[in-house]
Design a binder for this molecule. Structure first.
Ligand code: PNS
Length: 183
């Protein structure tokens, strides 16, 4: 995907690339996207084929879920990329990589990744946004674990994601109010 340069017809304004595994997308991610749209005109949610972890959902499944979730927001573009993130970002002409930070424990990994990306592509910057207090404990990894063991993830991920997790883990969809969850 190539974004138009400033002044070019159809130029997209200020764009941030929000890369990740999004396996699956959580309300923590959505919160970052929504807040980033206060600063940027467009956010490209870029789902990586080449992340280190073994994913639960295929890239195609994750792209489809994210497209459905953001279908009413024309300023969010859902895409996927293969290979190095910096090469993908270069093709879009965006200058900013956006990442969420939940806790200091995220910092080391993020610092290394941002530094490596900066060394590969010196004109790209990584912008960090603190995850909001409502979601700082939410990660895709813990969401998968809780869902796999039959716990409640509704309220932490969109309903579509909660449903897809149950399908993946072949769990029944809940018919009653679940213990430990308050509206
Ligand atoms: O959500 P994640 O898994 O923390 O996201 C990590 C991701 C996908 C942003 C990172 O693994 C990545 O950029 N992968 C693409 C390959 C790449 O560029 N690796 C070098 C980064 S130092």
């Amino acid at each position: 995907m190539r974004l138009k340069r400033k002044g070019e017809k159809g130029e997209m304004g200020k764009v941030a690339i929000y890369p990740g595994s999004f396996d699956p997308l959580t309300y923590g991610h959505i919160d970052i996207v929504e807040r980033a749209l206060e600063i940027f005109d467009k956010v490209i949610l870029a789902i990586a084929h080449d992340a280190e972890k073994k994913p639960l959902f295929t890239v195609e499944e994750r792209v489809e879920m994210a497209k459905t979730i953001f279908k009413d927001n024309p300023n969010v573009i859902v895409d996927s990329f293969k290979g190095l993130l910096v090469n993908y970002v270069e093709k879009t002409n965006a200058k900013v990589i956006l990442r969420g930070l939940r806790a200091t424990s995220d910092f080391e990994y993020e610092f290394h990744m941002a530094s490596m990306n900066r060394s590969l592509s010196t004109h790209l910057d990584t912008l960090f946004m603190m995850t909001s207090k409502d979601y700082f404990f939410v990660s895709s990894r813990t969401i998968k674990e809780v869902a796999r063991l039959g716990g409640v993830v509704e309220g932490l991920v969109p309903d579509l994601v909660a449903r897809k997790l149950k399908e993946k883990f072949k769990l029944p969809l809940p018919k009653r109010k679940l213990i430990g969850w308050e509206d």
